[in-house]
Design a protein around this ligand. Structure first.
Ligand code: BJW
Length: 225
């Protein structure tokens, strides 16, 4: 039974109105990633980091899945073999499009995490630095997302799926953040056919066997259907 692994990045949610990080008008042109996406930045200014994620949580809640998310849900429903979406995105647009096998390797906006005791619980719409952890009571709650220098979620499951994959596709990701940027190389070495779908070649485009260029809402449905 043929096995599919799909990696998604911010580009798949761009046409749902959620900003990417590194495009010309991306989030990193307005925010310093060292201040809002590292444990050190959170320790320096938790209020700033919560503001950043509270705004993105509100934007994601107001956004709707687009034709690319929906096409992947159709593919998953129709595919008889192993299927996994590994997303770097912290929004829940894959799930809201009907996808079931979704692994959020960089965490989720809808999750809260205690930096003291590692307890996890559903995030309220607005989080504050002084919110007490429901498990240990410490005022050290943070968004359950993976910042630079932290270990992404689900790596053993991801590497195992990449080793077994017959087809690996990367959609809307710049190929600049590791370990995700190495997945095409990992899957290709294990024998998978690797396809990149993006508006422009990523930093690791050379690792793919096939490149499909264009906006995700056009090229993903065309590729799937
Ligand atoms: C469209 C489109 C449309 C637009 N249609 N396409 C030196 C060398 C190698 C590695 C390192 C190094 N120094 C440090 C590291 C490690 C570090 C890293 O990679 N740093 C790099 C900067 C070099 N990585 C880490 O620290 C990671 N942890 C780690 O490595 O642990 C140790 C370990 C080692 C080995 C194995 C396993 C573990 C953790 C990384 C955490 C990243 N966190 C963030 C924030 C998460 C929460 C949040 O969302 O706020 O994750 S940063 C940000 O970047 C976010 C994203 O998930 C991630 C990737 O971004 P993405 O999705 O690719 O978005 P963009 O904006 O970059 O690209 C958008 C793309 O879409 C573009 O290509 C457009 O063309 C395209 N596009 N519109 C189709 N309509």
């Amino acid at each position: 039974m043929k096995s599919i692994v799909i990696l998604t990045g911010a580009g798949i949610s761009a046409e749902s109105g959620l900003g990417t990080f590194r495009d010309r008008d991306g989030l990193w042109t307005r925010y310093d990633l060292a201040e809002v996406a590292t444990p050190e930045g959170f320790a320096r200014n938790p209020a700033l980091v919560h503001d950043f994620y509270n705004a993105r949580r509100a934007n994601a809640a107001a956004a709707a899945p687009n034709a690319a998310h929906q096409a992947l849900a159709r593919l998953e429903a129709a595919w008889p073999g192993p299927f996994l979406i590994v997303t770097q995105n912290v929004d829940d647009l894959h799930e809201r499009a009907g996808c079931r096998a979704v692994l959020h390797m960089h965490g989720q906006l809808n999750g809260a995490l205690c930096a003291r005791c590692d307890a996890r619980w559903p995030a309220p719409a607005v989080m504050h630095p002084a919110d007490p952890c429901p498990a240990c009571g410490a005022a050290s709650t943070r968004p359950d997302v993976v910042w630079f220098g932290e270990y992404p979620y689900g790596m053993e499951r991801i590497w195992s799926a990449l080793r077994e994959a017959d087809l690996f596709a990367a959609i809307g990701t710049s190929g600049t953040v590791y370990p995700a940027a190495a997945f095409a190389q990992d899957a290709g070495r294990a024998g998978a056919h690797c396809v990149e779908l993006n508006t422009e070649p990523s930093a690791v485009a050379d690792d793919f066997d096939e490149i499909l260029t264009g906006p995700a809402t056009r090229i993903v449905p065309a590729w799937v259907d």
